[in-house]
Design a protein around this ligand. Structure first.
Ligand code: M6R
Length: 590
């Protein structure tokens, strides 16, 4: 949440590069944006409430070789021009991602010293502290200031007396990228410019002193330290919208490629022998994550119960962190996270690792915090996912978890089974007309309920999350058997109930529930891969028949169908599906 960037260029204007970087970082927050540039020993700043595009006019007149920028997801203080970053004081300008937990007491102290504050943010205390401690050595002033901070911070600091950037990392992400034209620091790898060829990932407590020529790293006692520089290939991350109107629909169309590349990445990069020892030797498997990542675990639990015969549970990471189950060295924790930076997930698995469990990260971001906690990483190869709503990364997580689950059986079968989902997904994405029809029903309803049983229930929960976040229509996802235990009271002609019916053994029960709703004048829609459902519900429901599928592989196509429904509902209602209100893609605060 919040994106920061800093650029030190050998030649040319860093402002344009910061603006481009902020556009790539907007998925981390889009309440307000700003930048500062150093030129001729002076710092100029432009900042605004609203999106990065609102900065362009003000930034056009600015130039300089060193600049920092910020895109905000508000935590303290409303989204406004004043609360936008950078914050400045004396010789300094800073951008901050994180939360300063003790800002109120620091602010009181600084106010008593006579400091004046222009914003309601927690971040402004940082620049005031740096300024207070500055006696001609910027690095020492920054180090003294951060000694006073409690919380999390990724900081980029400009000082008018130093031709570079000082960065600090503690619990919030920062990477440093190197290219022919200079050095760029950034909240995460996918937002780096395409010409970056190598990256260093600072550790918690590190300082980085960045100039156009180099980056030097220091630990928290300001002792110089080496940080490994690794090659990166960024072209795949920066492919833009192409012929699509939104990233959400583009990324849904990239699902088949994600499944194929996740499968290929699994066999190319994972130590399959060691991972299968973990799976076969596990006394239980705990899957954890937040939001869509948690929902992927919910669906994947069915893969494990069918295949492994090992007890498998799925836990919401923000709960697990405070109520950890007992684990042993044989407990396998699968930490699911697209960004690999979700604070709740990272902290939860840190706790379980400390308690002795084995941690395997299932993530789309190879340089992320979760990869540094895990004993092993299983890659989700979705490429950059720009839309805040997770689509292709969900299906990629399902693919990775499916392969892991099969390690207790014949893993070579798993590969061809998994790849068989691709043509079915291809058929589903061609079904835009059906998706639009159900989307129109969603858009007209005051509430939408998604129902299913077994693995279909897991898909229903994810479908509900997708619809509510991109269309703002109230929705809930729950097991169809629960309908008569309470939720039926909500059904009337203004509600829509969407059933996911891919489990033949439970289909009749779902059809009965659908009839109970229809007889109470509730609208009904169905996504099914089973033949005969449309005939049975003729006249009472809108049915989208998707291609036949083995049960455990059905979420790959039913979930994509429901992502399309959510997308079209957002479009019908005039929402921006890529940047839903109040949300950000990487949730790096608790
Ligand atoms: O990066 P992560 O997978 O850890 O993110 C977890 C959730 O914040 C995320 O899945 C969120 O629920 C989705 N963006 C919703 O579409």
């Amino acid at each position: 949440m919040c994106g920061i960037i800093g650029v030190a260029k050998r030649r040319g204007n860093a402002v344009a590069e910061v603006l481009e970087g902020l556009k790539r970082l907007e998925y981390r927050g889009y309440d307000s944006a700003g930048l500062s540039v150093l030129s001729g020993g002076a710092i100029a700043t432009v900042k605004r409430g609203g999106r990065v595009s609102g900065l362009e006019e003000g930034a056009a007149a600015l130039s300089g070789g060193v600049a920092i920028g910020h895109t905000r997801w508000a935590t303290h203080g409303e989204p406004s021009d004043q609360n936008a970053h950078p914050h400045t004081s004396g010789a300094f300008s800073i951008v901050h991602n994180g939360i300063i937990e003790n800002f109120a007491e620091l602010k009181a102290e600084l106010l008593a010293d006579g400091a004046e504050f222009l914003s309601q943010t927690d971040s402004e205390v940082i620049v005031k502290l740096i300024d207070k401690y500055y006696k001609g050595d910027a690095l020492s002033a920054v180090a003294k200031a951060v000694e006073r901070l409690k919380g999390s911070y990724a900081l980029a600091v400009l000082c008018r007396d130093f031709d570079g950037i000082i960065a600090v990392k503690y619990k919030s992400p920062v990477v440093v990228g190197f290219s022919e034209s200079g050095v760029t620091l950034c909240s995460d790898v996918p937002a780096l410019p395409a010409e970056v060829t190598s990256v260093c990932v600072p550790e918690d407590g590190d300082f980085a002193v960045i100039t156009a020529q180099s980056a030097r790293f220091y630990n928290s006692s300001l002792t110089p330290v080496m940080r490994v520089r690794r090659p990166v290939f960024l072209d795949q991350f920066n492919s833009g919208l192409g012929c699509y109107a939104h990233y959400m629909i583009k990324e849904i169309h990239e699902t088949q490629r994600t499944v194929r590349e996740t499968c290929e990445g699994f066999f190319r990069t994972v130590d399959v022998k060691r991972l299968s020892e973990y799976v076969r030797g596990a006394d239980r498997i705990i899957m954890t994550g937040c939001g869509t990542a948690y929902n992927a675990g919910l669906a994947a639990r069915r893969f494990f119960s069918d295949r492994c015969g090992v007890f498998c549970q799925v836990e919401i990471a923000s709960e697990l962190r405070y109520f950890p189950p007992r684990v042993t060295p044989a407990t396998l924790v699968l930490a699911i996270s697209q960004s690999g930076e979700t604070a709740d997930t990272v902290e939860a698995v840190q706790e379980l690792k400390k308690a002795g469990a084995r941690v395997v990260a299932v993530t789309n971001c190879g340089y992320s915090a979760i990869t540094r906690v895990a004993h092993m990483v299983v890659p989700v190869c979705a490429g950059a996912e720009v839309c805040v709503a997770a689509t292709k990364s969900y299906t990629g997580q399902l693919a990775a978890l499916y392969l892991i689950s099969k390690l207790s059986c014949d893993v070579f079968d798993a590969q061809s089974e998994l790849l068989s989902v691709c043509p079915r997904i291809g058929e589903v994405v061609k079904g835009a007309e059906r998706a639009k029809e159900i989307a129109a029903l969603c858009a007209q309803s005051k509430a939408v309920f998604f129902l299913g049983r077994g693995i279909d229930y897991a898909v229903a929960v994810e479908a509900s999350l997708k619809l509510k976040e991109v269309s703002y229509v109230f929705s809930d996802g729950y097991p169809a058997g629960e309908l008569k235990h309470g939720t039926l009271a909500l059904v009337d002609e203004n509600t829509l109930s969407v059933f996911v019916i891919c489990d033949e053994a439970l289909a009749e029960k779902c059809l009965n529930a659908a009839s109970q709703i229809a007889s109470r004048k509730g609208k009904v829609a169905v996504i099914t891969c089973l033949d005969g459902v449309a005939e049975k519900l003729k006249g009472t429901a809108t049915v989208w028949k998707i291609p036949d599928s083995p049960l455990n592989l059905s979420p790959f196509s039913s979930a994509v169908a429901l992502q399309l429904v959510a997308y079209h509902a957002a479009i019908i209602l005039g929402r921006d599906p890529d940047k839903p209100r109040n949300l950000a893609k990487s949730v790096t605060v608790e």
